[in-house]
Unconditional design. Structure first.
Length: 325
């Protein structure tokens, strides 16, 4: 039996239930891993609350990201051995001491990257990578705006985009978070609680607007994010921490400058094995060469996962958070 956290019915953090789970032997193409660290992400709250339906329904074990050690191999598994350090982003089931998982979703953790860093990196870091290199190819001529700059993805984006030579603007909700964002690559940081952030972006860009706006906030930043873009700029809506976006008329995109809009998700960018390996490889290389410095700002026990969700949703966390089994 292994300890796990299960959602029997969707709702607030109180629905995160402690259970003991009897794990079968790993099936064909699967391995069993013993978690050493588990990532905490806002998407976890979406599944817990029911905003995103769990793929296999309720009950389910939440958690999309983790790192650990291979402790058993199923038939047909190649390329992995007992004792290997591995990490993954998806499928659900990370909130557990041990789990069985398809070998195809695992990547080996290289030397120079800790288990905690890997657990905090896989979902957030690979998200940052596809946002900056695939959704929009950020370079030295790019001006971008990123909402929630002091969050887990935001701190990675700030460092990476700055290293690519971009002009990086971020929004935050407090002066403490502003200082954190400034220390992680953001040339300009706007406290949206005390400033008119649309006017400030226009001032910073001399009225031109940004090439791309990365928006994981949702309801609270729409439609104002569109007013921060240059003509034919890209609005990238990849989350909704403040709530779902309202229905909108596509005509608003033409009215505000023939804008482009996308609603991407990581798993469409790593669906093929070569895409996963390339994305994870770029990410680990950026950590190894110092482009990205991952700091774990919060740690919680798996038994305190409800408090972790409360703090995350209450905007009390900054940067990366890991759960210790």
């Amino acid at each position: 039996m292994v300890f796990a956290v299960r959602v029997e019915k969707t709702g607030d953090p109180s629905v995160l239930t402690h259970v003991d789970v009897d794990l079968p032997d790993p099936g064909h193409g699967e391995v069993r891993i013993r978690h050493t660290a588990i990532g905490l992400n806002f998407i976890d709250t979406y599944f817990r609350s029911g905003l995103y339906p769990a793929p296999n329904g309720v009950p389910f074990i939440p958690g999309n990201e983790g790192a650990g050690i291979v402790v058993a191999l199923g038939q047909g598994v190649t390329g992995l051995a007992l004792g290997d350090r591995v990490a993954y982003a998806g499928p659900l089931g990370a909130y557990s001491e041990e789990r069985n998982i398809p070998a195809s979703v695992l990547v080996k953790i290289p030397e120079g990257v800790s288990d905690e860093q890997a657990a905090a990196l896989m979902l957030k870091g690979m998200t940052a990578r596809y946002l900056l290199r695939e959704t929009y190819n950020v370079g030295a001529d790019t001006t971008l705006l990123y909402h929630a700059a002091a969050g887990g993805v935001g701190l990675i984006v700030g460092q990476w985009a700055s290293a690519l030579g971009a002009r990086v603007i971020g929004t935050v909700s407090s002066e403490e978070k502003a200082r954190l964002a400034q220390a992680n690559g953001y040339e300009y940081v706007i406290n949206y609680k005390s400033e008119d952030w649309v006017a400030r972006v226009r001032q910073i860009t001399d009225g031109r607007g940004c090439d791309v706006v990365y928006d994981s906030v949702g309801k609270d930043t729409y439609p104002a994010s569109l007013d921060c873009l240059r003509p034919r700029g890209l609005w990238c809506s990849f989350g909704q921490s403040s709530g779902p976006l309202p229905e909108f008329n596509m005509a608003i995109l033409s009215q505000k400058g023939s804008l482009f809009a996308t609603r991407p998700t990581l798993f469409n960018y790593i669906a093929e094995r070569w895409e996963l390996e390339e994305t994870a490889g770029d990410l680990f290389a950026a950590v190894a060469d110092g482009t990205i410095n991952i700091q774990i700002n919060q740690r919680y026990s798996l038994k305190d996962i409800a408090q972790a969700h409360c703090d995350l949703e209450g905007r009390k966390t900054t940067g990366a958070t890991v759960i210790i089994p």
